[in-house]
Write a protein of this length. Structure first.
Length: 216
């Protein structure tokens, strides 16, 4: 299992973190999240250096910071470019597929909370229920069980973040509550099994765990 630590500044970019987890696998997702963090630093540096006069830049006590900014600039610029490209690629299809996976995750968790522990790919299981719902609601891209299984398999290790964001969207301030909720959902999915089986809904090895930290 991968672990991502997010501080208060990075949490302000939580929507961009969700875009990052839309990548195809966890290796690409972790790199995309790293790029988002570089983007956060770039934004903070722009604010810090904006409208500074010549005396500020020539002050001795700012020399180390300016040297670090110059040394790390190329890495930061590359990361900002890559995340901008990812945002462009986060088109209707990618957003829809991630949203579908999150919807399946919501159904799985509801089944856990109601102590039904329904199967995902069984004949009348959660994938089939999602297909029936998509047909009823005329939702494009979710009417084929094979496609739904593929989408769930790709994103089931990261759906807890978007699920938590949806559950917390009515809360005025987005903060560690989102990450706390995401962790509760992640544990629900990884610590419970469909009835009659011994494997969890989502294997922990597939998941990315999101943890809040108070310091930058």
């Amino acid at each position: 299992m991968e672990t991502v630590f997010l501080n208060g500044s990075q949490l302000q970019y939580i929507e961009l973190i969700r875009v990052a987890v839309s990548e195809a696998d966890n290796a690409q997702r972790m790199q995309a999240i790293k790029n988002v963090k570089h983007d956060v630093v770039a934004e903070q540096l722009d604010l810090l250096l904006k409208d500074r006069d010549a005396d500020w830049f020539s002050a001795q006590n700012n020399a180390d910071l300016l040297a670090w900014v110059a040394k790390t600039g190329a890495t930061r610029h590359k990361a900002v470019y890559e995340i901008s490209q990812l945002v462009k690629c986060f088109d209707e299809k990618n957003d829809r597929q991630l949203s579908i996976a999150e919807h399946i995750g919501m159904r799985v968790r509801l089944s856990i909370l109601e102590e039904k522990f329904e199967g995902v790919q069984t004949e009348l299981g959660i994938i089939q229920q999602t297909r029936d719902y998509a047909i009823d609601k005329k939702i494009y891209g979710a009417r084929d069980t094979s496609t739904l299984q593929e989408i769930w398999g790709m994103y089931r290790g990261v759906v807890h973040l978007g699920m938590a964001m949806e559950l917390c969207e009515d809360i005025p301030t987005v903060g560690f509550d989102v990450l706390d909720q995401a962790e509760r959902i992640r544990r629900d999915l990884s610590e419970n099994c469909p009835r009659g089986t011994s494997k969890p809904y989502v294997d922990p090895s597939e998941q990315i765990c999101f943890v809040g930290k108070s310091k930058p």
